[in-house]
Ligand binder design. Structure first.
Ligand code: NAD
Length: 484
């Protein structure tokens, strides 16, 4: 199936931190793909702004190399690359000083959308916002994009929100959580609210529990010192897994509109109950033949930071009364796999004599690998011998169902940047959402800090510490297998 590409309006996108890792690895190769697809108008421009002293030619060369290193098949399109690089400019700028700002102002065009991507450390957000206004570069129709981490607790998130609010309205601020740009994550809403089949069953009468797993095989090599100050709770749960939980659990919004959707997500976060210490398992990976231990990666032999987290939580509202949500995420696990599984209740009664198995419908939504869904249903095992039942998946791998010709389908970053230009905030976190998420997370982290909680060690290449299995077993349930 060929996807339809609708070009966005023309824009000047300034990427502060345009020479950084994120810009080179994700943002610019992504923008190149949008350029090739025809979604980025030919006259739109991208302006890299960073500390290094460089001219347009130097920046274009840097991005040429970035596309060669981080691009996929599009990196072989020499003509396309030249045309795209022609849209690039560079200004050497000091976020905290005066250098470069008047050059940037002179470069900006009137009559096109102005967007500013803050791909720099959050400590620079305030300085950038202030100077954009001081120099008359940003106005009431400009947009800013900010990256995670958005704070490391409620107080710092509030401070960041307040800083940005001094210069920009909430409607101008796009807080990126790239999980929300994933195709399958948006499909969650399409499946729930575009089918008659699921929503009537989407509650505590029919759902036994929900599992969310985001497992990675990589460790923290190379970013250990950053990660060690963060850990799985701050790096993954407070943002990405929380967003998945919201989309699974929210009430149907009355329209698919940014604030209506975000209002419903916010209600979920606010209804999350505090988590007791016995409902959380923190883990840290040990050394294996494939790599060093977490502590070696983090270069902190006394680190108590978690590289794995599993927890059980409840949402205190009518829909989800007594339905546990089990979430887990970890590094150096047995496979790279992200999945949401909605596990329906057992049948209350069976008419099939001798069938003692606990058959369950399970809707599994896979984010990676092989984006797709399957629904486990119970059928008769073919052949003679009476009525023997067996559970089989009704598989819907998107690549199979929709065809492989989806080369121009945008990845998460690309889609989200195009949404910024379109002015669509649906897939971005609102300030109050981020604060509510920290308000739930803070006491959990404070609890284990006060107890000097020591993470449980787990072998790399496994499903995490044994205690995480027990979290489920105690309730008579089990985690889904982590399959790559
Ligand atoms: P980086 O260290 O590779 O790059 C930082 C960029 O900021 C460079 O271009 C540098 O020139 C610029 N910069 C630093 N100080 C400046 C100043 N005073 N004035 C102007 N420019 C200045 O960082 P990164 O990995 O690209 O990350 C950027 C932001 O994105 C960070 O907030 C990070 O947490 C976030 N982030 C990064 C990733 C990733 O994969 N790299 C993923 C998610 C979020």
């Amino acid at each position: 199936m060929v996807s339809r590409v609708i070009p966005v309006d023309s824009f000047d996108l300034v990427i502060f931190g345009g020479t950084g890792d994120l810009a080179r690895r994700k943002i610019l190769p992504g923008l190149f793909r949008r350029f090739r697809s025809g979604q980025m108008p030919a006259e739109a421009r991208i302006i890299g702004a960073a500390r290094s002293d460089m001219d347009d030619a130097g920046y274009r060369q840097m991005i040429r190399e970035a596309i060669a290193e981080f691009g996929s098949e599009e990196k072989n399109d020499a003509g396309g690359i030249d045309a795209f690089l022609g849209r690039l400019h560079y200004v050497a700028i000091d976020a905290t000083g005066d250098g470069g700002w008047s050059q940037l102002r002179d470069l900006m065009r009137d009559g096109v959308i102005r967007a500013f991507y803050f791909s720099v450390a959050p400590s620079l957000f305030g300085a950038l916002a202030e100077r954009l206004h001081q120099h008359g570069i940003a106005d009431a129709s400009s947009r800013i994009v900010v990256e995670k981490p958005f704070g490391r607790d409620l107080a710092s998130a509030k401070a960041l929100n307040a800083t940005l609010a001094e210069h920009f309205d909430e409607g101008q601020i796009y807080r990126i959580d790239h999980y929300l740009g994933k195709e399958t994550v948006q499909n969650l809403m399409a499946v729930r609210f575009g089918n008659v089949l699921f929503e009537p069953l989407w509650n505590s009468h029919y759902i036994d529990h929900i599992q969310i797993t985001v497992a990675e095989t990589v460790g923290v090599t190379g970013r250990g010192s950053y990660y060690d100050k963060s850990g799985a709770m701050r790096d993954m749960v407070q943002n990405h897994l929380m967003q998945l939980l919201c989309l699974i659990a929210m009430e149907p919004p009355s329209t698919y509109d940014a604030d209506t959707v975000r209002d419903e997500k916010l209600k979920v976060i606010r209804a999350l109950q505090p988590v007791e210490p016995h409902q959380i398992v923190r883990g840290q990976y040990e050394a294996s033949q494939d790599g060093p231990s977490y502590r070696d990666d983090a270069e902190n032999p006394r680190s108590f930071t978690e590289s794995f987290l599993a927890l059980k939580c409840h949402i205190a509202n009518w829909r989800w009364a007594k339905v546990p949500f089990y979430i887990r995420t970890g590094k150096r696990m047995k496979a790279r796999s992200s999945e949401i599984a909605v596990v329906f209740k057992d049948l209350g009664h069976t008419i099939f004599e001798g069938d003692t198995a606990r058959h369950r419908n399970i809707l599994s939504i896979r984010l990676q690998p092989n984006e797709g869904m399957d629904l486990q249903v119970t059928i008769k095992e073919p052949g003679p011998g009476g009525m023997r039942l067996v559970d089989v998946p009704l598989d819907m791998t998107f690549a199979d169902a929709l065809g492989p010709d989806r080369e121009d389908a945008p990845d998460a970053y690309e889609r989200l940047i195009m949404d910024v230009i379109r002015g669509n905030q649906t897939l971005f976190m609102r300030g109050d959402e981020v604060e509510a998420a920290w308000a739930w997370t803070d006491p959990i982290i404070e609890g284990w800090e006060a107890r000097n909680d020591v993470p449980k060690l787990y072998d790399a290449g496994t499903a995490g510490p044994e205690d995480a299995m027990m979290l489920m077993h105690r309730d008579g349930r089990r985690w889904r297998e982590i399959k790559g």
